[in-house]
Ligand binder design. Structure first.
Ligand code: PGA
Length: 251
């Protein structure tokens, strides 16, 4: 049985005081909710505040990106040990916004994934096709390429610390969610690809989140699909009640 995992990707939203307020609203709403991993990924500047605010709760901390080196002359960058010291246990890597606006390739994502794993961080690795890819029938090809490139060279133990987020680019922040059938089809394809890359035991145990306009009103249907093991939530994660409902739907 795969334990569901719901992560909030706050993107470039919330100052550290706003972040603390959001966590304060969220904590009581999740009180007593069990059987699901919950991760909050605020911007770097709010990591310390959120880390403190979630102490003693079941909520875990994640970052939205990191550099592959542990330290050095990389102005503006943040490393895995810096995240670890703030008690972050997860990092989102290869989000489509990083790929699109910051030129991250599968090779770059792969380097970051290896660095995250070697610092004992769980990596939430994002893949997904654009509308153009989907309409030209290239979804599976694109997703398989991203998986093989971003997750090249991992061993069985590494895979235990990998979470895949399937995020169709056309569904991110657009209000246009993939239908449960569309999402399930790609999730099953991803699981099959992992099986080919590694083996069926790894494929069966790897958690695959859906992301792209997931919210309280559509979460249950998406999460009831056999290969959807949670969600990576953008917009709806900025609202405590909405996010808490999604978490509960995942249980
Ligand atoms: P969205 O974003 O929920 O706002 O569509 C999801 C994501 O980009 O991780």
């Amino acid at each position: 049985m795969r334990k569901p995992i719901v992560a909030g990707n706050w993107k470039m939203n919330k100052t550290s005081s706003e972040a603390k307020d959001l966590v304060r609203q969220l904590v009581p709403l999740l009180d007593g909710v069990k059987g699901v991993d919950v991760v909050l990924c605020p911007p770097f500047t709010a990591l310390a505040a959120v880390s403190e605010a979630i102490t003693g709760t079941q909520i875990d901390l994640g970052a939205q990106n990191m550099h592959w080196e542990k330290s050095g002359a990389y102005t503006g960058e943040i490393s895995a040990p810096m995240l670890r010291e703030l008690y972050a246990h997860y990092v989102i890597l290869g989000h489509s916004e990083r790929r699109t606006y910051f030129g991250e390739t599968d090779d770059v994502v792969n380097t970051k994934v290896r660095a995250a794993l070697s610092s004992n961080l769980h990596a939430i690795v994002c893949v997904g096709e654009t509308l153009e890819h989907r309409e030209s029938g290239k979804t599976e090809q694109v997703v398989a390429e991203q998986l093989r490139g971003s997750l090249a060279g991992l061993n069985e133990n590494d895979w235990q610390h990998i979470i895949i987020a399937y995020e169709p680019v056309w569904a991110i922040g657009t209000g246009r969610t993939a239908s449960p059938e569309q999402a399930q089809e790609v999730h099953a394809f991803i699981r099959g690809t992992i099986s080919n890359m590694q083996d069926s035991a790894v494929a069966e145990s790897t958690r695959i989140q859906y992301g792209g306009s997931m919210k309280a009103s559509n979460a249950r249907e998406l999460l009831s699909q056999p290969d959807i093991d949670g969600g990576l939530i953008g917009g709806a994660a900025l609202d405590a009640a909405n996010f808490a409902e999604i978490v509960k739907a995942a249980v």
